[in-house]
Design a protein around this ligand. Structure first.
Ligand code: FAD
Length: 615
């Protein structure tokens, strides 16, 4: 009998690569394919072109058509814009892989590191329409036929990672799994920026790069970045994954795309009466597993013995030692059974990465957010551009499904930043643009972003509705440029700031008039100069109050409390306008220590900061 499969071995391997369902298999078939076609996967510059040329297979061609369409976008300047850039990407989560794809389309050499060996996260993610469109255009359906078919708008994390990993490899991204990033190594001798890795002798440890993108997930903060914690009222989430055997009976059970207590009181009351389980909401999606995510009330978790002891502190409350794992499994299982009307015949837990029953409980109201999205470090004259994307930039509020949507937006924005870097835009401008965009990210919703998904690209103007790439200006991001103090470029920076001081001093009359105009009428404020008049801090506070009355309560300030007033003004100006203080609150309070030129420089920055259009 004639064989149904392809006769050419590389075609068969390509099929295996496309269908592979584990990270290990994807990598194995990819290596095999490269060997068969005699292409060096490290030859990133011409890898994709050679692959297309040598793999003359109709199934592959359908994929090339999609990838070619993307690659031909004008933003990538025919894959030439970043050919001189070497990028290290940390993390093969969805966002790390997505940014790696964009960087390779820009022509950069991209090395991606992932500490895990397997993709094992079963949890299913709700996707915004644009992400579905974006993934389809990358060939998602070719790799995973079920991808968002019909009205489905979700996918498991591991499937999403598999799709993106395959695309990344085909485009020449070098992916290393089982290798942990432990920090940056500063340039020394002939060497540029490198990474400290575990295992230490890993070949990627020799990679020198000028761009580092961190997509290490929730709590991973690279050196130099600060995270803010946002904590809301305690809300306890539970996720549970059960094996999907894809039987006819399982197929018929309807998904629950989100039912909240306020919309279905009866359902939740019956659940409570029959099982003692008290929930705020529940979602059920089908993918590789039957996935349930619910928000449970603390009281019912205590009553059912899931949480052993009550604590006010969320960390203590949900610490593993305070959770009865068996009781948690029963709780999740009963909730899943009740909400699907007992129609899922055999609720057997799927396994998580640790080989245990895949159930988890967490407080999802504590979220982290980075204060800034980018940084430039310079040592021994070698600059390194650093950017954050995904959960390590902004942790999402999962019930809104913002994780992947904002994560991909940040990945595109980071790629846009690297594009400017590759185009030789001055580093402060690159940083200012990136931070201007970062301000928009947290406000994005499916409603206020462009609906023209086909036009989406790394160019922010195709996605955000109102973009002002200079809403943050270069002087406001100077603190994001970390250069060693002894290096000539630091001296140059100092000199140019001295020139600016002299220029500023020259034009100081105008500045004085501006200060007088905007502080007129405030009690105990009389601006006559750049020294004594600012001592009490009231004039600075008055300036702030004039432009942003919401930020300061003038009636609460005491003229004699100079240090406090100065400190208050300094912190507001730093937080709101990104202007770092130029002296201590004590020095300003002490007339002998006020340097006129320093004050002129500081006020000049404040003047241009307030001159910006209001956000
Ligand atoms: P991650 O997926 O966390 O990936 C980070 C990767 O970096 C990991 O693979 C990690 O191993 C690796 N890594 C970390 N440190 C190192 C290191 N030092 N060296 C090497 N590798 C490292 N989002 C949605 O869009 N829709 C939803 O419906 C949704 N539901 C959710 C439900 C729950 C219960 C939870 C918890 C989250 C949900 N999310 C949802 C959020 C979504 O899962 C995340 O936003 C998304 O996974 C973030 O992707 P990422 O690539 O930024 O980070």
């Amino acid at each position: 009998m004639a064989s149904q499969g392809p006769v050419n071995p590389s075609h068969a391997t390509f099929d295996l690569f496309v269908q592979a369902q584990t990270c290990k298999d994807v990598k194995h078939h990819f290596t095999q394919l490269c060997r068969q076609l005699e292409i060096d996967p490290e030859d990133f510059g011409s890898f994709y072109a050679k692959l297309k040329e040598r793999l003359n297979y109709w199934k592959a061609k359908a994929l090339w058509t999609k990838l070619d369409k993307r690659a031909s976008h004008e933003d990538y300047q025919q894959g030439k814009v970043c050919t001189k850039n070497k990028c290290l990407v940390l993390g093969a989560g969805p966002c790390g892989l997505r940014v790696a794809i964009e960087l390779s389309l820009l022509g950069a050499q991209v090395v991606l590191l992932e500490k895990r060996e397997t993709f094992s996260r079963n949890n299913v993610l709700h996707l915004w329409p644009y992400t579905i469109y974006d993934l389809r255009e990358l060939g998602a359906k070719k790799f995973y036929g079920k991808f968002c078919s019909g009205s489905l708008d979700h996918i498991s994390i591991r499937q999403l990672q598999l799709i993106l990993l395959k695309v990344a490899l085909l485009l020449g991204v070098e992916v290393h799994t089982g290798v942990e990033f432990q920090g940056l190594i500063e340039p020394s001798g002939e060497n540029g920026w490198m990474a400290k890795l575990q295992p230490r002798s890993h070949p990627a440890a020799a990679f020198q790069f000028d761009v580092f993108i961190s997509a290490g997930g929730g709590r991973f903060v690279p050196d130099g970045f600060k995270h803010k914690e946002l904590r809301g009222k305690l809300a306890i989430g539970i996720t549970a994954n059960f094996i999907n055997r894809h039987t006819a009976a399982e197929t018929q059970v309807e998904e629950i795309s989100g039912v909240a207590r306020i919309y279905n009181q009866k359902f939740f009351q019956e659940l409570l009466n029959e099982t003692g389980i008290d929930l705020e909401n529940i979602v059920y999606y089908k993918d590789d597993t039957h996935y349930f995510v619910m928000t449970a009330k603390k009281k019912s978790l205590l009553k059912k013995g899931v949480i052993k002891q009550d604590h006010n502190d969320a960390e203590q409350l949900l610490a593993p030692a305070n959770v009865d794992y068996e009781a948690l499994c029963n709780y999740a299982c009963d909730a899943a059974d009740f909400s699907t009307g007992g129609r899922l015949p055999d609720l057997q837990f799927a396994q998580n990465h640790a080989g245990q029953r895949d159930v988890a409980m967490f407080d999802f109201t504590c979220m982290h957010r980075a204060e800034n999205a980018s940084l430039v470090k310079e040592r021994r004259g070698k600059k390194l551009l650093i950017g954050l994307v995904g959960d390590c930039l902004v942790e999402p509020f999962w019930p809104l499904g913002t994780g992947i949507a904002r994560g991909f937006f940040a990945a595109f924005d980071a790629a846009w930043m690297v594009r400017s870097w590759g185009n030789g835009v001055p580093h402060l401008k690159v940083l200012a643009e990136r931070e201007s965009l970062y301000q928009l990210l947290s406000q994005t919703t499916p409603e206020n972003t462009s609906k023209k998904y086909a036009a989406y690209s790394i160019d922010p103007r195709t996605r955000y509705q109102r973009v002002n790439l200079s809403s943050i200006q270069t002087h406001q991001v100077q603190h994001l440029y970390d250069v060693e103090k002894t290096h000539p470029s630091f001296k140059k920076q100092k000199e140019s700031s001295l020139h600016m001081r002299q220029d500023s001093a020259g034009g100081s009359e105008e500045l004085l008039k501006w200060c007088q105009k905007h502080t007129a009428g405030y009690k105990n404020v009389n601006v006559k100069d750049f020294t004594r008049s600012w001592r009490s801090g009231l004039a600075l506070c008055a300036l702030i109050h004039h432009f942003r009355p919401d930020l300061i309560d003038m009636s609460s300030l005491d003229e004699s409390n100079c240090v406090h007033n100065n400190q208050l003004a300094f912190s507001i100006l730093e937080k709101e306008l990104g202007i770092p203080p130029v002296m201590s609150p004590n020095s300003l309070a002490n007339t002998d220590h006020i340097d006129k030129l320093t004050m002129v420089l500081y006020l000049t920055q404040i003047q241009s900061g307030f001159a910006l259009p209001k956000k």
